[in-house]
Design a protein around this ligand. Structure first.
Ligand SMILES: [Zn+2]
Length: 181
């Protein structure tokens, strides 16, 4: 799109969405038709973080051989998005619990990649990780702490998402946003 037409379209957006739209358009994450559709842009801007979070869960699940049954950023009650995955049946119960902790940590790890420092939407995930880590310690008889189990799986999530890379994660998150628009 010609720069002056791009500027005209961007100037029609609410101020807090303008910089974001320019940046994402420059990254080829938004199309010309998106740029001419202020409603879509504002919607994508507001929900990008949620998509990043859910895609963090889903990409971890897929990488660990789990089947993603549901991945959505359509709000439902108090939740802004949701990912459900079914375990890989070839794994042992303790491996599955560690996987589930890593998948749960994937949401927050993805937010970190986006540069978000306020993880207030991760309370449910954190509670689930503590509960799962306690069960892991119980069934394995390990002497480690809940925090160390969680921190090991958080590192696993971070390193996996790092290997995918920020741009691919952004593209996948945008695909999710479009699918749920
Ligand atoms: Zn989550």
């Amino acid at each position: 799109m010609a720069p002056e037409r791009l500027n005209q379209a961007i100037n029609k957006l609410p101020q807090d969405t303008q910089c974001w739209a320019e940046l994402r358009y420059g990254q080829n994450l938004l199309t010309d038709s998106d740029i001419h559709n202020p409603g879509t842009l504002v919607n994508f801007h507001q929900r990008e973080r949620v998509a990043f979070h859910e895609e963090g869960h889903a990409s971890l699940a897929r990488a660990l051989g789990w089947t993603v049954l549901l991945e959505t950023v359509v709000p439902d009650g108090s939740s802004l998005g949701m990912t459900k995955a079914a375990p890989n049946s070839s794994k042992t119960p303790d491996q599955l619990i560690l996987d589930a902790i890593a998948i749960s940590a994937g949401g927050e790890a993805a937010e970190e990649m986006l540069g978000v420092s306020d993880h207030s939407g991760c309370g449910f995930d954190r509670g689930k990780q503590r509960y799962l880590a306690s069960i892991f310690l119980l069934i394995t008889g390990s002497r480690g702490s809940v925090d160390s189990v969680i921190s090991g799986q958080k590192s696993r999530a971070r390193s996996f998402l790092g290997s995918i890379g920020l741009y691919t994660h952004q593209q996948n998150s945008m695909t999710l946003l479009r699918a749920c628009a």
